[in-house]
Ligand binder design. Structure first.
Ligand code: ADP
Ligand code: ASP
Ligand code: MG
Length: 401
């Protein structure tokens, strides 16, 4: 039995017309001789609508109940799509996450998958040709519904492919032809990449390229699942995300990613002594606030400045936590209109000079760098959001992508 996993995102299932295009892709795979597992997202905008509704009803929605609400988005999609398949004479049925089951930990809103059993799916294929699974959803061991974080249907699909094993391919269908050198909505010169390594894709996703959820790439790498990113609306072969090979190593930079969800906090005149940083970051960590970039300036007369970035939604909470913790500093500044642009490439491991090219190109374009962080395979700069588009385009050109 040859099985193919096909995942379709929110814009692919937005309305009846789109769903008919999805059905054509599924029928084509079935006609090629595959049994098909279809994983669907909620219809475009639906998860945001549900979230908005929850916050109209409640100041602080209960996380477990919020997950019960959010899972209805994907439930709607699979029911409607399975009806469409059955109208076309296809033997199909839907599965919600808990019916498989996809077992997760209890981190509501951002749960991690602990286990998936492929047994039910395999035996369902004795009766059905297409199984339509609700993405994004899981269940805890004590039967509470969970969701896997924004963009989590990608992870559902890759995890199901991993559980099915035998080299099952996972096709991620979306609204662009594949993974591009940067977001094609931000740079008109962006072009599609034919093959990209798991590591590079992971880095691009971690730096803000939302075309694949970070965890889906981690899963794919861990279980060696071949992932193809393709468009629901064209016949382009898409991008293959796979193991690194020698060809890939020779490319210095494979893409530019960006993240508009950045806010900066600066603690001025912090006492420069052991424990100062801990007095700032321990309370933030305890409050579950994820800190991204951090810089500490050189000491001057026993004081330094410490700046860091957080997600914009966490800025208010971070300021409250610091207010209560009272680290020794003269005052705290903040800015919410920040963005991070990152140049990513595994080739940077073996080549020098990429950083100076980044700084030079941004300097010539008049873009001010607010913070910088680097790793073996990436260089990230924090810039004002108003400079982001310029920065992305200038870097895309500099590295001849
Ligand atoms: P879906 O709803 O299908 O899951 P997403 O909106 O999550 O789709 O992801 C697709 C979007 O990702 C594209 O429309 C594009 O704007 C954005 N994107 C960001 N970076 C990239 C990139 N490097 N290559 C392709 N798309 C990208
Ligand atoms: N519907 C969820 C979201 O909007 C999951 C997904 O689409 O992958 O984040
Ligand atoms: Mg997505």
């Amino acid at each position: 039995m040859r099985i193919l996993v096909q995942k379709f995102g929110g814009s692919s299932v937005a309305d009846l017309e789109c769903m008919k295009k999805v059905r054509a892709k599924v029928l084509a795979a079935h006609q090629e001789g595959y049994k098909v597992v279809v994983v669907l997202s909620a219809r475009y905008g639906q998860t945001n609508n549900l979230l908005e509704r929850a916050y109209q009803w409640s100041d602080e929605p209960d996380p477990a109940e919020l997950d019960v609400l959010l899972t209805t988005g994907e439930q709607e999609s699979v029911a409607l799509f399975t009806m469409l398949l059955r109208d076309a004479g296809v033997k199909a049925r839907s599965f919600l996450g808990f019916q498989i089951p996809i077992i997760t930990d209890g981190s509501h809103g951002n749960a991690r998958i602990d286990s998936i059993s492929a047994d039910k799916l395999r035996s369902a294929f004795e009766t059905y040709d297409v199984l339509v699974i609700a993405g994004f959803q899981g269940m805890t061991a004590d039967m509470r519904l969970t969701t896997l974080g924004r963009g989590g249907s990608d992870t559902s699909a890759v995890a199901v492919a991993a559980a099915l094993g035998d080299g099952t391919i996972c096709d991620i269908y979306t609204d662009v032809n594949g993974v591009y050198t940067t977001d094609p909505r931000m740079c008109k010169d962006a072009h599609k990449i034919d093959r990209i390594s798991y590591d590079e894709m992971l880095e691009l996703a971690s730096m803000g390229a939302k075309v694949l959820q970070i965890r889906s790439v981690e899963f794919a790498e861990k279980y060696n699942v071949p992932v193809r990113v393709r468009s629901t609306f064209t016949d382009d072969p898409g991008t293959l995300v796979t193991k690194e090979d020698h060809m890939m190593e020779s490319v210095l930079v494979s893409g530019i990613a960006f993240d508009k969800d950045q806010a900066r906090v600066t603690l001025c005149d912090v006492q420069d002594r052991p424990g100062s940083a801990a007095s700032i970051f321990s309370p933030l960590g305890k409050a579950g606030i994820v800190v991204d970039m951090i810089i500490q300036t050189a000491s001057r007369n026993g004081v330094t400045d410490i700046a860091f970035t957080v997600s914009r939604k966490d800025l208010g909470r971070a300021l409250d936590v610091l207010q209560k913790a009272g680290p020794e500093c003269s005052h705290i500044e903040n800015a919410s209109n920040m963005a991070k642009v990152s140049v990513v490439g595994v080739g940077m491991r073996n080549h020098s000079g990429a950083a100076s090219r980044v700084f030079d190109a941004l300097y010539k374009a008049g873009v001010n760098l607010i913070m910088i962080s680097t790793s073996e395979v990436k260089i990230s700069c924090l810039v004002a959001e108003s400079d982001l588009e310029m920065a992305v385009n200038v870097l895309h050109k500099e590295f001849e992508l």
